[in-house]
Design a protein. Sequence first.
Length: 190
Amino acid sequence: MCNGLGRFLLLSGLLLLNVPPAAAQLQEGMPAPAVRAELLGGGTFDSVKQRGKVIVLNFWATWCKPCREEMPALDAFYRAHRAEGLELIAINIEGPGDLAKVRGALKNFSFPAAFASDSQTAGYGRLSRVPVTFVIDRRGVLRFDGFKFAKLLDLPTLEKIVTPLLHHPRDAGLAEADLVPRIEIAGQGR
């Protein structure tokens, strides 16, 4: 019996090693960590000041082929829904020395972007893989934890995850029942 319990504890510990440190504290249905970023095009993004809007927070890199593959879907979704209160920010994990590459990768997209080095995103943990995307509802509650999703985001997935959040009224109270529902996506790896 002890052998089985010991094996369980060892495997549990090994699984935790694969979770970025602060990300282990992220929990869907709970308040999302604040994000503040100096935008590449000028200005500042502050998730606290965006209350009342749905936020899609995407971490990416120019060398990441899956990141570049999902960007057209992110942009199309952003263009279609920004008038409904959608904010999307793409945070690049490279450094300011890669500014030309980053601007080149973003030239056809309309969403704002920032460098992680010019951002406060510590609440999302160490990024061990990209792309990774998080969705925050109008009340600042984390509704989608990208660390638990191993597929690329496409338009149907974005519609399933984000569109219902856009239909919640801007002044909806933070009812406890609203904190419980979780978005389940096939193949999400939970």
